[in-house]
Design a protein around this ligand. Sequence first.
Ligand SMILES: [Ca+2]
Ligand SMILES: [Ca+2]
Ligand SMILES: [Ca+2]
Ligand SMILES: [Ca+2]
Length: 408
Amino acid sequence: MKRITAGIAVLLLLLLGCAQDNPFKADTVVEWEGGNEHPHIEVAGTESGGPGNFQFSDLDPERNGIQDAVILTFDKDIDPSTIAAASFEMIETDPGTGSVQFESISYYPEDRTAVLVGTFSDDTAYLLTVTAGSILDLPGNQLDPNHNALYDGAPWDDRLATFFTGSAVMRDITSPSINSNFPNTGNVGNLTPQPRVLFDNGPMNVSQLNLNNFTLVRTSDSSSVALQVVSATGSELVTVPVNDLSYGTRYTVRLSAQITDSAGNYLDTNNDGYVWPDEPDLVWDFQIIDDGTTHSTPPTLSQADLLPGNTSVRIEFEESLTGDDVVMDDATFIAANIQVTDDIGSIPIVFETGADPGAVNCLLQRIATGTVTLFISCNVADEYGNLFDGNNNGLGGTPGEDDWSGVL
Ligand SMILES: [Ca+2]
Ligand SMILES: [Ca+2]
Ligand SMILES: [Ca+2]
Ligand SMILES: [Ca+2]
């Protein structure tokens, strides 16, 4: 045991020069996503290589096998009685499948650090599972490895770490994520576009890349559209509609979050680095361009100006992506949808429409001073009821991304 304590002392000495990064001095002001209530393992490593190192090296040449230790540092004070054999599961993943018994398991409260000593084999990879719910901080909170500020149980709040000796290859414990998805704009000109997703950090479990987990519907009524799979590989899923899609129609694609890579890691669909039990499905829209009979292309902002005298803001709209003229629905020019603020606050507006059906004058009921900001809601519409496309991707009416604001 003296050997291990000495190892920590050496690590501490090495880290004195970079106190900011010192893993033994957890930063309690870190704002984890979803809150900071639960404890976390801040850093894992080995005794031989230090924090962030996952290769075991032989610290005791006198004994057979590779003597080293797993070092886990927590960000909160841990209940020492929970740092026990029952909390840790260590198995071989390459080449064998056996389990590993640690020779000693210790906790150093002053460093918030657990040290798991073992003897390991040549050219072998290991998977350590810190079992969900097993380790508690002093107030009794479970670890929250997926950072949602909730205790979710296994597998969501299992904390995994991999280690190896020699040339063994560690098990993939990284969640796959979304690289990109297409088509995703409002001017798709092909009636048989190929809805597809590209993945990172796979390879994916190809058997799950099927039409149960990937669907296409008409956005307006959620009626389903038949697809077939063009290709499903470790890094992409490509599909195509069985029949032609319709002009001027918006479609919604959905990929289930309940799919995994080939190692069994669930998909991180929103690419935030964590997987939650309620991880959202990946959902996105695209729209087929208009033909002569459909009128589905939304309006977007052409130009907005604060006129000389600071008593009027003129807003001109145009058709999204094409830049064609539009006729707006005057009834949507209301205070809830168009707002102007300045250094004093919100400015009352009287809306005035004139000869140009694609424009509106906002008559300010007091002179604007300082920084003048215009807000246009996605609920502004054209004559056909197409909602405003604030981010100009040809798809209107999505709260947040289609609301527009800017300084004039
Ligand atoms: Ca040895
Ligand atoms: Ca959790
Ligand atoms: Ca996620
Ligand atoms: Ca849009």
